[in-house]
Design a binder for this molecule. Structure first.
Ligand code: ZN
Length: 398
């Protein structure tokens, strides 16, 4: 294997840079574009007719090149599945978060190696779907040892790890909420912080298993004091304090945003440089819930991201192409807006300026869409069109 020298990526029908200064429209689209990569960085991007010489040439055969998807919200560290719960919900039962206990029991029962193999399999699926950066949360351990090992294993796969001990109050402690919060903000946080970049909380007064505004504030403030960045699960099951709290505490992201008041939208628009609204329409799809009004958020000036929320309970898919198709079909975004939210927008929600856009100096995280234009991502839902462009030269096998 050798990544030495520069690589010219040629033969693209279009390159979507995500930087409006580099090409047409907000997408910064370059028809017949080309990209030059050196090492793990982008060295040049522009029209193929102006491309500089490179040591090696990779022809993508008329396909579309886009920034690798950034999936800024996932729960990949779990064992078991909840297909039965999904089937029951589709038959009309209401979801309130209690099913997380099923995944907690299965996750605790798995060995480190079993858990690592499960995460590795999901990471392979994610790359096969065109995603180059994924955030992974804990939250199916809910004990000091199980949360710590969930994050330790997640860290083997990504820098974007999030401590979510405050996912739900474990069933056994539902009558002792304060004791569980003492644990989450005390010994559990101390054990997990070395393996985490972020802290998150399921702020949802509509669920008896999740956390109130005061409890969520306590979790987030403890995380911040431990040096972690802030993320919030908010306004998923009904209107609530999540968005307000996230904006007040300058969280990088507030995720779900399914039920928003006018005040919530104003607050998010005013915080557009700080707090991103991350929409997770795969959850609405998989729980048969109303979709958030992404069109209204974007028109109000809110910074938007799209992510999968891949998890065993409410959305067991990591396909960002599917998420884009939903955002276009169900939430009123154009394909361009949805693609930007799934790349540059989600990079912003992780406060990363090295990914999400194809421009000189950024990471060479490139995805190829097996189609002549990016529109096919939404136009051909369910098709396996996007995959990560692997530029590492492999030794011939056999
Ligand atoms: Zn989530």
């Amino acid at each position: 294997m050798s990544g030495a020298g520069s690589v010219l990526i040629a033969g693209a029908s279009e390159v979507v840079t995500g930087d409006a200064t580099l090409g047409r429209g907000d997408l910064g689209l370059i028809p017949d574009g080309a990209v030059v990569v050196e090492g793990d960085r982008i060295a040049w991007v522009g029209p193929a007719s102006e491309a500089p010489e490179a040591d090696r040439r990779v022809d993508v055969g008329g396909r579309t090149v886009i920034p690798g998807f950034v999936d800024s919200h996932s729960h990949l560290v779990f064992a078991g599945d909840r297909a039965r719960e999904f089937t029951a919900r589709m038959a009309g039962e209401r979801y309130d978060g209690g099913g997380i206990g099923v995944s907690v029991a299965a996750t605790r029962a798995a060995s480190d190696d079993e858990l690592r193999a499960l995460v590795a399999g999901r990471i392979a699926e994610i790359r096969a779907g065109g995603t180059t950066t994924v955030e992974i949360k804990s939250g199916y351990g809910l004990s000091v040892a199980d949360e710590e090992r969930s994050l330790r294993i997640a860290r083997e796969f990504t820098e974007e790890t999030t401590f979510l001990g405050a996912h739900v109050v474990p069933q056994a402690l539902l009558e002792e909420r304060d004791a569980y919060l003492d644990l989450v903000t005390g010994p559990m946080l101390a054990a997990c912080a070395p393996h985490a970049r972020w802290i998150d909380v399921f702020c949802e007064p509509h669920s008896a298993h999740a956390f109130t505004e005061a409890e969520s504030r306590r979790v987030l403030e403890a995380g911040r004091a431990a040096g972690l960045g802030l993320r919030v699960h908010g306004n998923q099951l009904g209107p609530g304090p999540g968005v307000r709290l996230a904006v007040e505490l300058e969280a990088a992201s507030v995720d779900h945003c399914t039920y928003l008041t006018d005040d919530d939208i104003d607050a998010l628009a005013g915080a557009a440089d700080t707090t991103v609204a991350t929409l997770l329409p795969g959850v609405e799809f998989s729980t048969r819930s109303p979709y958030p009004d992404a069109r209204r958020l974007l028109d109000a000036g809110v910074s938007l991201a799209l992510a999968s929320d891949c998890n065993p309970g409410t959305c067991y898919t990591s396909s960002m192409a599917f998420v884009i198709a939903l955002a276009v079909r169900e939430m009123g975004l154009t394909v361009a807006e949805a693609l930007l939210a799934a790349t540059a927008g989600s990079a912003m929600s992780l406060r990363r300026n090295d990914i999400g856009i194809i421009s000189t100096g950024r990471r060479a995280d490139l995805t190829v869409v097996d189609a002549p234009s990016h529109e096919h991502l939404a136009y051909r839902p369910g098709m396996a069109l996007a995959r990560v462009l692997d530029l590492i030269e492999r030794a011939p096998s056999g």
